[in-house]
Design a protein around this ligand. Structure first.
Ligand code: CO
Length: 171
């Protein structure tokens, strides 16, 4: 089911999300709702708090670009629960956006290479290694679990520019 997105500067985006302890039907419904919402809003990632649920759950789906068609397949979705980075190395800069900050895009510096441990929807432990766009998306979504939005990583100057643009947009 498609849910409403929590939009900046809603205070819920500052919450530190709780560990998931039960891998039950409720969690599976949450994951499915997150997927429906992400696809509907044309995002590539979503954290549970962005639909108002403060749990350490995130999803990422990087659409395959087959020429004109951009295909989104549910089977390609990374469903990540209780993630922990065990390695963050190097650095890179990429333009990021966020469904909770619609219409704003800015370069953000992140680690270039990651290793992440997490659990899947059944509670099975997994390890993922990446040094591509997935690594960036996972760092972005992980920030949401810790109460951070990407605009908070900007330099003071860029942050000021953002706040000004954002205020103008809200009117
Ligand atoms: Co985001």
């Amino acid at each position: 089911m498609v849910k409403d997105i929590v939009v900046y500067p809603d205070k819920r985006l500052k919450m530190v999300s709780d560990e998931v302890t039960e891998f039950n039907e409720e969690l599976h419904m949450l994951l499915d709702d997150m997927y429906d919402t992400m696809v509907k809003k044309k995002g590539v990632g979503l954290a549970a708090i962005q639909i108002g649920i403060a749990k350490r759950v995130l999803i990422v789906n990087l659409p395959e670009d087959d020429g004109d068609d951009v295909a989104v397949n549910k089977e390609d979705t990374f469903e990540i629960i209780n993630p922990v980075f065990t390695k963050l190395e190097g650095s890179c800069k990429n333009q990021e956006g966020c469904l909770s900050v619609p219409g704003f895009y800015e370069d953000v510096e992140r680690a270039a290479s990651i290793v992440m441990e997490y659990q899947n929807r059944h509670g099975e432990k997994k390890v993922l290694q990446n040094q591509d766009f997935l690594a960036i998306a996972l760092q972005h979504e992980m920030d949401h679990l810790n109460g951070k939005v990407f605009v908070e990583k900007l330099s003071i100057l860029k942050r000021k520019k953002f706040e000004k643009e954002w205020k103008k947009k809200q009117k």
